[in-house]
Design a protein around this ligand. Structure first.
Ligand code: NCD
Length: 304
């Protein structure tokens, strides 16, 4: 039985397969509309979500299946003190596959050891978010044609931003990828990511506080929200929240074929004027996310 806890649980070959399936779903949706007939996806969301939960639910519905679940801890037995493992085991008797989001790093991994059905990590604390990365990868593939030879700027909260961590892991397996890590010094990429991933794989990267100076060299600019919910004190959040605001003026020196990405939700990091720029890809990421989640569900349920 397969789970998706970390993006590296999938080989690059399997990522190619998911991308090809997602593209086929986009072209021939009717072919897939009954593939998961009778199957149930449980969405266990212990943290707020719009896109991730609704796209999982839309994904299983478009595959002819159904969903059940909860979207806040208060309405689940976790509020009575039930462990993640017990909750997962119970849900394993009701559903065929679980998508779980949890504020604690590692919770979906624990769930996967107890559930008896495939578990998908839909975001665990400030750690990983592999299905956002699947959305990001399909977007990059459609925009750039390849994952090789890209200079990728990651901007904002690189410390707590789980989408950034999973994306770095995924892209670190391709040829000649360079990262420009743009953040305030308080929100730099965690040391373990630098030593265990970037240094270990000899991946070129630089750390900077300047978005403007980095702009001209970027093929992709991945903006992120400062993760308010992971801060220990409000004053730090308020001081750092508007560190980077992407405006049309700041894009003057950007490449003509830059791809501007953001996992959303955005707060202030990208002004709405940028939405009209043909290089803005963040709403494409939303669409691509649903198709990649459909492809992933098919893979984990071993539907032919
Ligand atoms: C992200 C997350 O939950 O980590 N949202 C998402 O799933 N697209 C990013 C964020 O909340 O900033």
């Amino acid at each position: 039985m397969r789970n998706l806890i970390d993006i590296l649980d999938l080989s690059t070959k399997e990522i190619d397969t998911l991308i090809n399936t997602a593209k086929d779903i986009i072209e021939h949706p009717a072919k897939y509309s009954e593939k998961c007939k009778g199957k149930k996806l449980a969405t266990l969301f212990f943290e707020p979500s719009t896109r991730t939960r609704l796209s999982f639910e839309a994904a299983i519905l478009e595959l002819g299946g159904n969903y059940l679940g909860f979207s806040e801890t208060a309405s689940s037995s976790a509020s009575k003190g039930e462990s993640v493992g017990d909750t997962a085991k119970v849900v394993g008797y009701y559903a065929d596959i679980i998508a779980m989001r949890h504020p604690k790093e590692g919770a979906p991994l624990v769930a996967s050891q107890k559930a008896g059905i495939p578990v998908i990590n839909a975001g665990d604390g400030g750690h990983n978010h592999p299905t956002q990365t699947l959305a990001d990868l399909l977007t990059i593939k459609r925009e750039k044609g390849s994952f090789n030879n890209l200079t990728v700027g990651l901007c904002g909260d690189l410390k707590f931003g789980r989408t950034v961590h999973s994306l770095i892991l995924a892209l670190s397996r391709y040829e000649n990828v360079k990262f420009v890590l743009i953040s305030p010094k308080e929100l730099k990429l965690p040391e373990y990511m630098k030593s265990n991933v970037l240094a270990k794989r000899k991946i070129a990267y630089e750390e900077t506080t300047s978005l403007e100076l980095s702009m001209p060299k970027l093929d992709i600019l991945y903006m992120t929200r400062v993760q308010k919910e992971r801060f220990f004190n409000e004053a730090d959040y308020i001081r750092l929240k508007d560190s980077y605001v992407l405006t049309p003026q700041k894009l003057v020196n950007a490449k003509a074929d830059l791809s501007i990405m953001h996992p959303l939700p955005r707060v202030n990091e990208i002004t709405v004027e940028v939405d009209n720029d043909s290089r803005a890809c963040y709403f494409k990421q939303v669409q691509n996310g649903k198709y990649m989640r459909m492809a992933l569900i098919l893979m984990l349920l071993e539907v032919k």
